[in-house]
Design a protein around this ligand. Structure first.
Ligand SMILES: N[C@@H](CCC(=O)N[C@@H](CS)C(=O)NCC(=O)O)C(=O)O
Length: 234
């Protein structure tokens, strides 16, 4: 089975959570976001049955699956990207849904009023939202990931081997490290296990070819995780 990943071209965004799982799992796929432009993506999406609400979505034969966490659960069930037992399967899914929550909050910091309007037109509200995100939300979420890793005791979130949740935690740390370098530097002392997962994923042999390929897209101010210096702070 070969898969098609559909996402916006040129940005990692939510598509990268899925790309990392496909790459680390050695799963064959066509990255349609790199082959077509945004208009072609919208045309494709509109023609799908059932129609996804938004990218990313994954096409697997007759199936079309949307929602990042749902796509990862689907791929994991087929390709063993998380523990197969009930507890481990739902723990990985729970973590992924929580990563979706913080990713959404990170997006809403730079678009606190209107997701369809420019950042520059909601900057005052964004400054206020950023302070709350940095001071209360980031430590709370990262404290929870750190607690899970302490409880796991195995160096990975769901057991002795990496799962797609670890890959996504890596991407979250990378993204927030891009967006909030000063805040992440301050938090670093409190989240050694989270940072160890980031280093372990960066060093995974399964991802070495992908990281060396030049195909991994960089963050930018068009994406989910954006760096606006005025929104960052220690
Ligand atoms: N909860 C969905 C969110 C999907 C989503 O918001 N996709 C963005 C791109 S990262 C989008 O195209 N949104 C269009 C919209 O919400 O109108 C997921 O995790 O996949």
């Amino acid at each position: 089975m070969s898969y098609e990943l559909w996402y916006w071209p040129d940005v990692p965004g939510r598509g990268e959570f899925i790309r990392l799982a496909l790459e680390a799992g050695g799963i064959g796929y066509r990255d349609r976001s790199c082959e077509v432009g945004g208009e072609a993506l919208m045309r494709d999406l509109a023609g799908r049955r059932p129609r996804p609400y938004a990218p990313p979505y994954l096409v697997a034969g007759d199936l079309c699956i949307a929602q990042t966490a749902n796509i990862l659960l689907f791929l994991s069930d087929r390709h063993g990207l998380a523990p197969a037992d009930e507890a481990g399967r739902h723990l990985a899914h729970q973590i992924q849904l929580t990563i979706a929550d913080i990713a959404e909050e990170a997006h809403d910091v730079h678009h606190p009023v209107d997701a369809g309007a420019y950042y520059e037109d909601q900057k005052a509200e964004a400054l206020r939202a950023a302070e709350a995100f940095r001071e209360r939300r980031m430590p709370k979420y990262f404290g929870w990931f750190e607690t899970l890793l302490e409880q796991s005791g195995a160096g990975w979130l769901t057991g002795a081997r990496w799962s797609y949740a670890d890959l996504s935690l890596f991407q979250l740390v990378e993204g927030l490290g891009y967006a909030y370098p000063r805040r992440m530097a301050t938090l670093a002392a409190d989240i050694p296990l989270v940072l160890a997962v980031r280093a372990q994923v960066r060093a995974l042999p399964e991802l070495a070819a992908y990281f060396a390929s030049g195909r991994r897209l960089g963050f930018s101010e068009e994406c989910l995780f954006r760096h606006y210096p005025e929104l960052d702070g220690a």
